[in-house]
Design a protein around this ligand. Sequence first.
Ligand code: PRT
Ligand code: ZN
Length: 225
Amino acid sequence: MTDRNRLRIAVQKSGRLCEGSMELLKAIGVKLSIRDRLLIAHATNLPIDLLRVRDDDIPGLVMDGVVDLGFIGENELEEKMLERQAQGKQFQYKTLERLEFGGCRLSLAVPNEMDYQNVQSLQGKKVATTYPFLLERFFREQNVDANAVMLNGSVEVAPRAGLADAICDLVSTGATLEANGLVEKDVIFRSKAVLIQRGGDMPASKQQLIDKLLTRINGVMQARE
Ligand code: PRT
Ligand code: ZN
């Protein structure tokens, strides 16, 4: 069981944000005893519990106030915010710090052979993505009438598989696009990992601990500049 008086922080259990989040926690002096299969890890020197989950779950856990803080990519956070807005659900949170890891961009990419002038070239086309809300917002802003096709994985093979005409996916080095015969055309969102806090009142003791962690994070980030 967890104690509600302890600060609860959600981190990605494994994946691209895991190492950066865990390294930062270590650098600011949070000592953790992690047992690989367990969802919860306790800090041994501070009243902090870590919830180790899939990154997709983190924005919701913070917005529902289930955890106090979360490390998450802005892409996932903004998508969840738009999704909740569309559903009329609450999406309160506060960004405490933009971090120096997890950098990537959400980009439109098309097959090498496609005649693409600008985003208007996608009029009436199908675009595969894991981020339909971010993509549809971009299409609305650009006055393009195109269809977002939701895929949770293998987005980059969708055009070859005949599922879509183009894709909108996260890119960091560009190697995945190139390996799949795709060219990056428009960046629709730039993302980094952020540390977010839930909305609502925070007990004074927890807020003091958050402030202490933030001061240390700023110190670590300055030292790394
Ligand atoms: O299991 P879980 O749900 O927790 O993890 P996940 O598989 O959903 O996420 P994960 O670990 O892949 O990514 C977590 C977060 O890392 C993303 O939400 C982004 O904020 C950030 N991030 C940074 C990236 C990338 N860079 C990235 N390159 N997320 C995914 N990619 C993928 C991209 O989707 C594509 O398949 O990497 C491929 C492209 O990489 P390049 O280098 O070939 O361009
Ligand atoms: Zn995920």
